[in-house]
Design a protein around this ligand. Structure first.
Ligand code: PEP
Ligand code: MN
Length: 338
């Protein structure tokens, strides 16, 4: 951190700031310019905020040099991280496609989608059993029964499950079934949940909140990694803006920005970002072109009958069509579809 003093700061005020830096255990480095006096704070100052200093008399402003997250940052870990799940290595060189229904509804529905995912040569199968619905009157998911249905279909087709966890109390239960914990947008800052998952060594797909900044997403990843779980996959799923034509606004810029700031893989969820199946294919191809490490996409054998997110779910024919385009484009970008 760097403290910039006001031009009229007195010597007493400058010395007061220096004492404050030392009292926090950091080393001050004063530099007196012809116009401005500044003071560097050395030591790992991620644990403190600008607010420690910006109210001190004589201080004009405080500039952060280190990012507030460490384990998730590129600076700390220059090589890209690859996360292994279900025989798929998620990270550079691979475009991972996770597909399946928004919610587990019936055995037949899950079987049909699992069979398609396997036939298309994919390995990662999504499906929600514990659903974070905006309304308490909407379908809330089948709970453990849903996990049983998912698990049976996944076993029949050699797939690995990706399913959402909403509470730290469900780590053991959901951990018995899932290959990748999915932390949904609404729980990006459920810190008790992040800490509990940090205690496991299971891969986790951490979705960006609809009102979360990229920095907040990386700080949430930091919570998980601080517990020792480094198998974090990030996911951009659209943020809230003034635009109403799509459910959210896909922040495609987050992909290259996160690639630069962090070593963690980043996926895109075109389904929740767009909210309308018509736009899911173009958003998926944009994700591939932008350098995302994969997508997580909702499919349904009969979207009109879906109990959640039918409007944005691809039917099986459309998903197969999208996979054809992804497979055609991927080799030009030097990535293998998994
Ligand atoms: C989901 O994947 O079904 C879901 C609820 O996504 P999000 O948390 O991004 O809204
Ligand atoms: Mn959904």
């Amino acid at each position: 951190m760097i403290l910039i003093f006001r031009q009229d700061a007195t010597e007493e005020e400058i010395q007061g700031a220096i004492r404050k830096i030392e009292s926090l255990g950091y080393t001050p480095h004063l530099s007196r310019g012809t116009v401005k006096t500044i003071c560097g704070v050395t030591g790992d100052d991620r644990a403190i905020g600008e607010s420690e200093f910006d109210q001190l008399p004589g201080v004009e402003s405080v500039v952060r040099v280190l990012k507030p997250y460490k384990l998730a940052s590129r600076e700390f870990h220059p090589d890209p991280t690859r996360v292994e799940a279900g025989g798929v290595t998620i990270g550079p060189g691979t475009f991972a496609v996770i597909a399946g229904p928004c919610s587990v509804e019936t055995e037949e529905q899950v079987e049909a989608s699992a069979a398609l995912v396997a036939r298309l040569g994919l390995k990662l199968f999504r499906g929600g059993a514990f659903k974070p619905r905006s309304s308490p009157y909407s379908f809330q998911g089948l709970g453990e029964q849903g996990l049983e249905i998912l698990s049976a279909a996944a076993k029949r087709h050699g797939l690995t499950i990706v399913t959402e966890i909403m509470s730290e109390h469900d780590v053991d239960l959901i951990g018995r079934y899932t290959g990748i914990f999915q932390v949904g947008a609404r729980n990006m800052q459920n810190f008790a949940l992040l800490k509990a998952i940090g205690e496991t060594r299971r891969p986790v797909l951490l979705k960006r909140s609809m009102m979360g900044t990229i920095e907040e997403l990386l700080l949430s990843a930091e919570y998980i990694m601080k517990g020792g779980n480094s198998h974090v996959i990030l996911c951009e799923r659209g943020i809230r803006t003034f635009e109403t034509q799509t459910r959210n606004t896909l922040d495609i810029a987050a992909v290259p920005v996160i690639k630069r700031l962090s070593h963690l893989p980043i996926l895109v969820d075109p389904s929740h970002a767009m909210g309308d199946w018509h736009y899911v294919a173009p958003a998926s191809l944009a994700a591939l072109a932008a350098g995302a490490d994969g997508i997580i996409v909702e499919i349904h054998p009969d979207p009109a009958m879906a109990l959640s997110d039918g409007k944005q779910s691809l039917n099986h024919a459309h998903f197969e069509g999208l996979m054809g385009k992804i497979r055609a484009l991927a080799p030009h970008l030097g990535v293998q579809v998994r």
